[in-house]
Design a protein around this ligand. Structure first.
Ligand code: NAD
Length: 355
């Protein structure tokens, strides 16, 4: 029995989670897996009900589960709240409480989605298969922050802080992942300007000594942003800090077709994990039944793989997604094809998973 906490969240969150759950149930039936599934309020929805984006009940539910599946949080309704009372603060608190420091974001170009990529065909010929390994519980999002009045207005600050052990453990995850892939790690920093990046680089170099079979290169974040659109094929594993990973993974999502395609797993070195699509709550399309559920469905596959060790079930989901795309089924964000609603795409994946 696997215990899964479900946090649908806001905007398109509940819409895509519904489809993810359908697929989880379908593989469960096929492989005789039993799940104890419990839903908890989170984000804006929880603020409305309890005045807290990450209420105690939700926290206890998540901490006592084997895995957490999250939709997305946020929206204009809560945008005027103070920083620590916003839905996004719940997201940071959730990641911190689960201690999931390693965020894995695979950006893969499905051959059938070339047209959805804004890049020229010749740049896509060799395919794109990048794993972004993003540090998730440190750096500027968690460092000292504040705002204070000064004579001419205000002074606001957010501090980027990293300790050796935080860099070391995320680097190990990246090198271990690279061993199972093309054996190349690109560590992205801004070591020409930032002290924290210089420690990052030095620590990554130390870890690299334990992995002589993996090639290590360093790249400044501004160059990496450029290289991703100029020559994405050069990358295998990109290792980077919390903020750079946040930004670069959205860029990577776009070059492989749509942000609606990218799943993620957040891990801490044991079986407990947090799984979520990388996109946000997309208030502009919420309720229109056009959200792409594939990032969430692929996040379910990552959950089966990383938290439950159910490789075959995970692979079934990936194959079903690939088949649906190959046969021309698309959600609106993916461009030309047989356009399906959110629910219809979920049904299609269930149909292919079953058989
Ligand atoms: P977003 O990812 O929600 O949307 C960016 C664009 O991508 C929008 O045009 C949206 O329609 C589109 N999009 C996103 N997901 C899609 C999907 N599954 N299918 C089709 N199109 C999709 O980012 P944003 O607009 O910058 O943020 C909206 C809200 O989400 C904000 O409140 C933000 O703070 C929050 N947010 C939450 C998370 C999270 O919960 N993990 C992540 C990012 C942003």
């Amino acid at each position: 029995m696997y215990k899964v906490a479900i946090l649908p969240g806001d905007g398109i969150g509940p819409e895509v989670i519904k489809e993810g759950l359908k697929v989880l149930k379908a593989v469960g039936e096929k492989y005789n897996l039993r799940f104890e599934i419990k839903e908890y309020p989170f984000g804006g929805e929880a603020i409305d009900k309890y005045g807290d984006p990450y209420p105690e009940e939700t926290k206890n539910g998540c901490l006592s589960s084997d895995a957490v599946l999250l939709g997305a949080v946020g929206g204009p309704k809560w945008d005027r709240l103070e920083g620590n009372k916003r839905p996004e603060a719940g997201l940071l608190a959730l990641r911190k409480s689960l201690k999931v420091y390693a965020n894995l974001r695979p950006a893969v170009l499905y051959p059938y989605l070339k047209k959805a990529s804004p890049l020229k065909d010749e740049l896509l010929e060799k395919g794109i298969d990048i794993l972004i390994v993003r540090e998730l519980t440190g750096g500027i999002y968690f460092g000292p922050k504040g705002i204070e009045p000064i004579d001419s207005g205000f002074r606001a600050y957010d501090m980027e802080v990293y300790e050796t052990h935080e860099i070391e453990r995320i680097a190990v995850i990246a090198f271990e992942a690279a061993l199972k892939r093309k054996r190349k790690v690109t560590s992205v920093d801004k070591a020409n300007v930032l002290e924290s990046s210089r420690l990052w680089r030095k620590t990554v170099e130390e870890v690299a000594k334990r992995y002589p079979e993996v090639e290590l290169e360093h790249m400044y974040v501004d160059n990496c942003a450029m290289q991703l659109v100029k020559n994405p094929t050069q990358f295998d594993v990109i290792l980077t800090n919390n903020m750079f990973g946040d930004i670069l993974s959205d860029e990577a999502a776009q070059i492989v077709g749509s942000i609606g395609m990218l799943p993620s797993a957040s891990l801490r070195g044991d079986k407990v994990g947090l799984y979520e699509p990388i996109h946000g709550s997309a208030p502009d399309i919420a309720g229109k039944k056009i959200a792409n559920p594939l990032a969430t469905i692929l996040s379910v596959a990552m959950m089966l793989q990383y938290s439950f060790g159910e490789e075959e079930a995970a692979q079934d989901i990936r194959k079903a997604v690939e088949r649906a795309l190959e046969e021309g089924f698309r959600t609106a964000d993916l461009g030309e094809g047989i356009v399906l609603s959110t629910e219809e795409m979920g049904d299609k994946i269930v149909e292919y998973v079953k058989g």
